[in-house]
Design a protein around this ligand. Structure first.
Ligand SMILES: Cc1cc2nc3c(=O)[nH]c(=O)nc-3n(C[C@H](O)[C@H](O)[C@H](O)COP(=O)(O)OP(=O)(O)OC[C@H]3O[C@@H](n4cnc5c(N)ncnc54)[C@H](O)[C@@H]3O)c2cc1C
Length: 475
C-alpha cells in the first residue's frame, strides 16, 4: 500500500463500513477501509446471515407441514448436517475473498489490520502479520464503524464459565445436547428456535415477564407459546443470580425459578461498544463508550467535524439495515462537505442528508415471525402522544385460511389521533416479516388513514388485515 493519505478513512469493514466507503468513493473521494478480521463483519459471518440460515430450514418444514397435501410429502425431521452445511455456504465458510473483491472493484483501498485513532485525522494500523505499524492520514474525515461486542453481565461466575455468545451460537458445528440461553430478546429467541429445531433441549431464561421485552407484550407471548409447544423450557420473570462450571463440564445457573444445568450456555443479554482499543482518548473521548452522533452521523463531542460514527457503534439502532442506511446518509454528508456543498446530496430535499430513526423496522425470525416498526403503545404514550390502538387476529382473513391450516397471528396499530397517522405497527404470524415494508412505508410516509383506505390489498392475501384494521378503526 503506497498511499498513506486518503480523503476518508473508515475503521471497521463490517456491512456499515463497506457501505460507507463505497458511498464516499461514489461521491468522488478516495477511501481506505481498515478491517482487523473478516471484511463483511458480524452480519455476514456471525449474526444475521448464519442465524437466518439456521432458522430457514425449520421454518420451511413447518410451512410445508401446515398445508395438507404438502404435509404428506414431507417425511422425517430436519437433516441437521445439511442445515449446518447450508449455513457454512451462506457464510462463505468464514472467508472474505468475495467481499474484498467487491470492495476493490468499487474503488475502495482495503487495509488489513487493527486500527486506532492517533489524534485528529490520524490513524495507526497494526497489520496482522506483525510487521511495523503504518500511519494513515485523512484529508476530510475518519468514520468509526467498529460495531459492538456481546455484553457479559456482571453475574457471579458467568465470565469464568466461558459461555458462548452470538458468534459461537451461530457458528457451532453441532447442536448441543442441552442448551441454556440467557436473555429472551431477539437474539436469544432466534437461537432458541434454531437450536431447538436442530435437536437441542433448550431452556430460555428471561428476567422480564415476557419474551422480546422491547416489543408489544403480545409478540413475546406468541413466541413463548410456540417455543413451549416445540419443547423449549421458556422461563420468564427468571433472574440468574450465579453461574458455576467445573472445568469443561456442564454449566449450572442458579435462578430464582430454580437451577438449570446445560452442556452449553449462550449469553444473549445485549451489546457493548467495540471502542475500548480505538485510541478514543487521543481525541478527547472515553474509551469503551458508545459514540454519540448528530443526524448526519458526525460525532458531536469532537471539534472540527472530521470524526463520524455509523452502525452499531453509535447505538442508535443496532440492525444491519439501519447501519447501512446511516452509512448512505453519512457517506453523502461527508461527500457533500468535502465538496463544499450543503450536506444534502439531493438538491430538492434537505431531509435526505439526515438519518431519521422514528421508524426502525425489526423482524424476529422465530416461528411465528414478529415484525414491528415505529412505536409500541407504551412508548407512544410515554412520548405524550394522544393515541388509539386497533388490533386484529390475522387468522380471520381469507388469505390465512388458504395459506396454512391453523394459521394464527395478531396485528396491532398505534394511531396518532391528532395527525390520524400510524406511528406504530406490530404483527406476529408466519412469514409476516415479508409484509412489514408496507407498514414501514405507511409510518415513514405518515400516510393519513383516510388515504391508506384507498390502498386496497389484493384478495386473497394475508395483507387484507390492513383493510380489517382500518374498518376496526372506523373507516
Ligand atoms: C445473532 C445476531 C443476529 C442478528 N441478526 C440480525 C438481522 O437479522 N438483521 C439485522 O438487521 N441485524 C441483525 N443483527 C445485528 C447486526 O448484526 C448488526 O447490527 C450489524 O452487524 C452491525 O454492523 P456494523 O458494521 O456496525 O458492525 P460489525 O458488523 O460488527 O462490523 C464491525 C467491523 O469492524 C471491525 N473492527 C472492529 N474494531 C476494529 C479496529 N480497531 N480496526 C479495524 N477493524 C475493526 C470488526 O472486525 C468488524 O468486522 C444481529 C446480531 C446478532 C448478534
Amino acid at each position: 500500500m503506497a498511499d498513506t493519505t486518503f480523503d476518508v478513512i473508515v475503521l471497521g469493514g463490517g456491512a456499515v463500513g463497506e457501505n460507507l466507503a463505497a458511498r464516499v468513493v461514489a461521491r468522488g473521494l478516495s477511501a481506505a477501509l481498515i478491517e482487523s478480521e473478516l471484511l463483511g463483519g458480524e452480519c455476514s459471518y456471525w449474526a444475521c446471515m448464519p442465524s437466518k440460515a439456521l432458522l430457514r430450514s425449520g421454518a420451511a418444514l413447518r410451512a410445508a407441514r401446515a398445508v395438507p397435501g404438502a404435509a404428506e410429502a414431507v417425511t422425517g425431521n430436519l437433516d441437521v448436517a445439511a442445515v449446518l452445511n447450508r449455513r457454512d455456504i451462506v457464510t462463505s465458510h468464514w472467508e472474505d475473498t468475495s467481499q474484498v473483491k467487491w470492495a476493490e472493484d468499487a474503488g475502495i483501498t482495503v487495509v488489513r489490520g487493527h486500527s486506532r485513532l492517533d489524534g485528529p485525522r490520524r490513524v495507526v494500523v497494526r497489520p496482522p502479520d506483525g510487521s511495523g505499524e503504518r500511519v494513515l492520514e485523512a484529508r476530510h474525515a475518519v468514520a468509526v464503524c467498529t460495531g459492538s461486542d456481546p455484553l457479559i453481565l456482571p453475574i457471579p461466575g458467568l465470565r469464568e464459565a466461558r459461555p458462548w455468545a452470538s458468534r459461537e451460537g451461530t457458528s457451532a458445528k453441532e447442536a448441543p445436547r442441552t442448551l441454556a440461553i440467557l436473555g429472551g430478546g431477539p437474539v436469544g429467541c432466534e437461537l432458541a428456535q434454531a437450536w431447538s429445531d436442530l435437536g437441542s433441549q433448550v431452556t430460555l431464561l428471561e428476567q422480564a415477564d415476557h419474551l422480546l421485552p422491547a416489543l408489544e407484550p403480545f409478540a413475546g407471548e406468541y413466541v413463548a407459546n410456540s417455543l413451549r409447544a416445540a419443547g423449549v423450557d421458556v422461563r420468564t420473570s427468571s433472574e440468574v443470580t450465579s453461574v458455576t462450571r467445573d472445568g469443561d463440564g456442564p454449566t449450572t445457573l442458579a435462578t430464582d425459578t430454580g437451577e438449570v444445568t446445560a452442556d452449553v450456555l449462550i449469553v444473549a443479554t445485549g451489546r457493548t461498544p467495540r471502542t475500548a482499543d480505538l485510541g478514543l482518548e487521543t481525541v478527547g473521548l472515553e474509551p469503551g463508550s458508545w459514540l454519540e452522533v448528530d443526524d448526519s452521523c458526525r460525532v458531536t463531542a469532537v471539534e472540527g467535524g472530521w470524526l463520524y460514527a455509523a452502525g452499531d457503534v453509535n447505538h442508535r439502532a443496532l440492525f444491519t439495515h439501519m447501519g447501512k442506511y446511516q452509512a448512505r446518509i453519512c457517506g453523502d454528508a461527508i461527500g457533500a462537505r468535502a465538496h463544499g456543498e450543503h450536506a444534502s446530496p439531493v438538491a430538492w430535499s434537505p431531509y435526505a442528508a439526515t438519518a431519521d430513526h422514528t421508524a426502525v423496522p425489526d423482524v424476529v425470525f422465530t416461528s411465528p415471525e414478529v415484525a414491528s416498526v415505529g412505536l409500541t403503545e407504551e412508548r407512544a404514550s410515554n412520548q405524550g402522544l394522544t393515541i388509539r390502538t386497533v388490533e386484529f387476529d390475522l387468522g380471520k382473513v381469507a388469505g390465512a385460511a388458504v395459506r396454512a391450516d391453523g394459521y394464527t397471528g395478531h396485528v396491532k396499530l398505534v394511531v396518532d389521533q391528532e395527525r390520524l397517522v400510524i406511528v406504530g405497527f406490530t404483527a406476529v404470524g408466519p412469514d409476516i416479516g415479508e409484509l412489514l415494508h408496507a407498514a414501514t412505508v405507511a409510518v415513514v410516509g405518515e400516510v393519513p388513514l383516510d388515504r391508506l383506505w384507498h390502498a386496497v390489498p389484493a384478495y386473497p392475501t394475508v395483507s387484507e388485515f390492513w383493510l380489517r384494521l382500518l374498518e376496526a378503526y372506523g373507516l
